[in-house]
Write a protein that binds this ligand. Structure first.
Ligand SMILES: Cc1ncc(COP(=O)(O)O)c(C=O)c1O
Length: 368
């Protein structure tokens, strides 16, 4: 089986080799500060007894699992602490596909590219459902694509790359479709703290044994390097998911989980509010400059990406490399996210220089 290296790495490498100043809007790495309590806990950890440097429980340290369960209103037995949402999605999709209940995975187009990659890796087949222009998903289109072959439906709200936030009705319908077809709805909610619309609805508010919710602290605490996430898995599916996690990883990182548990308890809602405010300012600044550049774009309701389109300029890898070399702005090619956004580019708002980036783009396209 062939695994492709995610395109993201090629773009990053090209930007790193560029012979000029490049504004990096490629990655999903927040450039803002983590909670203060996280740094405090890391310092504290360094002075703990050496027994705290040994294997933690495989499914996560008790204080973190309990805190997650309390906050999310679920039984602690259903929580597996993972190496980020990346592993949580892998466990969820593997669990869905190993049940002998079909081998198709319904995905959206555009799509977060690791989902189709994982589907191939796990021996499943992708079935794509195009979203509306604003990124919203029509549950009827998902129902039309569903069949006895459907093992999983994998969705992400707030969405990377479109910025769509699915309304409650959509989420309820998706759970209902999963139940109807004996499939698992995997609801990746990694951007839940970056709901800029006030309309985010977590699938966890629905009680279903066909639902796995995945999440992480990578984005909410600006710690993509810590690798702490979780999956909330229904009781009848959790034992096998836990075994897979143990066989692949033995356990997660103790210091990272310790720091996250502490930060989760100590961090006030104001921290998350500040991150959202920062993003709203960046969305305003970037989209205003895109308006001035005459670009078409979608204003995100959540997450931290803007998709933009410049007339006659495809969202290909070659064009992204051209923008790095000639405009000094690095984004992601729309073709990474499926077939429906091949004419688009995705820009991550993870730099204070968003306005300057849009101005560089405006100048570049004016001169072309
Ligand atoms: C939709 C989505 N899911 C999962 C991930 C991976 O998150 P983590 O760092 O928690 O593995 C990302 C990262 O960008 C993402 O955009």
């Amino acid at each position: 089986m062939e695994y492709e290296t995610p395109l993201f790495f090629h773009v990053m490498q090209h930007a790193a080799r560029a012979d000029r100043d490049v504004i990096d809007m490629v990655s999903g790495n927040p450039d803002w500060e983590p909670p203060e309590a996280l740094r405090e806990a890391l310092h504290e950890y360094a002075d703990l007894e050496s027994s705290a440097f040994q294997y933690p429980p495989s499914d996560g340290i008790a204080e973190l699992r309990e805190e997650i369960a309390r906050r999310r209103g679920v039984d602690v037995e259903t929580v597996i602490v993972t190496n980020g949402a990346g592993e949580a999605n892998y466990l969820a999709m593997a669990r869905a596909l190993e049940r002998d209940a079909g081998s198709e995975v319904i995905l959206t187009d555009p799509v977060y590219p690791y989902y189709p990659g994982k589907t191939t890796m796990l021996g499943g087949r992708q079935r794509f459902v195009p979203t509306a222009a604003d990124g919203n998903l029509d549950p009827d289109a998902v129902r039309a694509a569903a069949s006895e072959e459907t093992a999983a439906i994998v969705v992400n709200s707030p969405n990377n790359p479109t910025g769509a936030v699915y309304p409650e009705r959509t989420v309820r319908e998706l759970v209902a479709i999963a139940e109807e077809y004996d499939a698992i709805l995997v609801s990746d909610e990694v951007y839940d703290h970056f709901d800029l619309s006030g309309r985010f609805f977590s699938a966890l508010d629905i009680d279903s044994d066909r639902l796995i919710v995945t999440n992480s602290f990578s984005k909410s605490m600006a710690i993509t390097g810590f690798r702490v996430g979780y999956a909330i898995v229904p009781k009848e599916l959790v034992a096998d998911a836990r075994s897979r996690h143990m066989l692949v990883n033995v356990a997660g990182s103790y210091p990272a989980q310790y720091a996250v548990a502490h930060a989760l308890r100590e961090t006030e809602p104001a921290y998350y509010e500040r991150s959202r405010e920062l993003l709203v300012d960046r969305v305003d600044a970037f989209t205003a400059a895109l308006d001035a550049a005459g670009a078409e774009y979608t204003r995100p309701d959540g997450a931290f990406y803007v998709m933009a389109r410049f007339d006659g300029f495809r969202g290909s890898l070659e064009n992204v490399e051209r923008l790095i070399d000639e405009a000094g702005v690095a984004g992601m090619p729309g073709e990474t996210f499926g077939t429906s956004r091949e004419a688009w580019l995705r820009f991550a708002l993870v730099t204070p220089r968003v306005e300057e980036a849009a101005e560089r783009l405006a100048t570049y396209f004016e001169d072309r």
